[in-house]
Design a protein around this ligand. Sequence first.
Ligand code: PMP
Length: 326
Amino acid sequence: MTDHRTPLDSVLGTVGETPLVGVQAAPEEVPVYAKLETFNPGASVKDRIGKYMVEAMLDRGELAPGGTVIEPTAGNTGIGFAIAAGQLGVDAVFVVPERFSVEKQQLMDALGAEVINTPTEDGMGGAIERAHQLADELDDAVVPQQFGNPLNVEAHYETTAPEIYDALDGEVGAVVAGCGTAGTLMGIAEYALEQNEDTYVAAVEPEGSLYAETKGGDAAEAEYKIEGIGTHDPSTNELFDPDLVDEIYQVPDRRAHEELKRLASEEGQLVASSAGAASAVARHVAEGIRDGEIDAPYDSVVTVFPDSSERYLSKGIYRSFEEWEG
Ligand code: PMP
């Protein structure tokens, strides 16, 4: 952790302690604060789990110095793990479905990791299977498995959540976050509910994703452009606990795109589609609290902006909705 005022030995020391910035379009009566995870050295929220999980696995002896981490990942996790692995003397291999952005894959490669692609149509399930096959073929290899490893949740419980609560003197009414593995939301929600069991917790997923089914909701499976959140098979998202969540919100691609463009043009925020979706829902929840439709212990909403739009320029993120490839 850093206060950014003393010299550090490694970029690993700059992971976390990201700023919390108000979303200016939120209602005045119920402010929305976004944790800007682009301030991490690999420019995403996943640097937190890379550092936390590699350090924990080395401490516990589950991973030996000089060993290999093999992870199925949509990209940001690979960058976070690649930074941590490189700095902690471990090799890294990532299995990435083809549809994910080339920028992320180039960064993993630059950080010294090996990238293996799996067919888009096999989804994250196909990438997870391939990662385990590779681990069986190598000596001293572990699959941290961010989709099922409680250390993913713990990283946020131990770092992201206390940072938020410190910044707001504990006065958090609602927590809103997009769910990929759901590590971010679960870690913050667990902490939040310990502080105040009435904290309102909202999960965000793209329309077309199926987390909603876990709370008995109707969800029609469809492709979506929003990157980094959502699932087509909730059974692979083992960390998601619907009991910690009050509501699962589905965001259409068009709404997320409109909001990420608005965040750039009106608020100087260069964030990507999962942040656009989170912002749209966080503002909606804040309005609900203001209008008395949602009960929350404080008049404030916290969300997370996971990564930067710069990572998706090749996919036309700032072009028209139709031209955005997602
Ligand atoms: N947004 C982006 C851009 C991501 O890469 C991820 C991680 N897949 C998330 C949001 C969601 O984070 P989590 O896996 O902790 O739910």
